[in-house]
Design a protein. Structure first.
Length: 129
């Protein structure tokens, strides 16, 4: 029987970016399975200095919250671009397409929200090319 909680260190979660061909842009530590989380998704990102997310995406049902831990950069939300910095929290509705750009020192952030199987889709956008 489960104890009702779990604890991990995000540095111990495998980086999924290289295996998906994105290691030159960021680290992506997808922690849901490592946490044994059933209803919540959690990913730790480190976007390399001056790089943009490798793709824009949106969801059908899952709202996400992004919390910037370190660095500065920008987030593109559909056609709007906002500056972000450490401790900014940005809530994004499911249908809004989103992607990040790191400033000169890089951008480290956490994304979390409800886990919905096969809920996300990539969105073509020249901003991330």
């Amino acid at each position: 029987m489960s104890s009702g909680h779990s604890r991990i260190n995000l540095a111990d979660v495998a980086d999924a970016a290289p295996g998906n061909g994105f290691g030159d842009r960021w680290e992506a530590r997808v922690a849901r399975a490592d946490l044994d989380a059933e209803q919540t998704g959690l990913t730790h990102f480190r976007l390399r200095p001056g790089k943009r997310s490798p793709f824009m995406h949106r969801h059908q049902r899952a709202e996400e919250v992004y919390v910037v831990l370190r660095g500065t950069g920008r987030i593109k939300l559909d056609d709007e671009i906002l500056d972000v910095r450490a401790l900014d929290a940005v809530r994004v509705a499911p249908e809004v397409a989103r992607a990040f750009e790191a400033g000169p020192e890089g951008l480290e952030f956490i994304a979390f929200g409800p886990h919905r199987e096969a809920d996300g889709e990539t969105v073509e956008d020249r901003w991330v090319d």
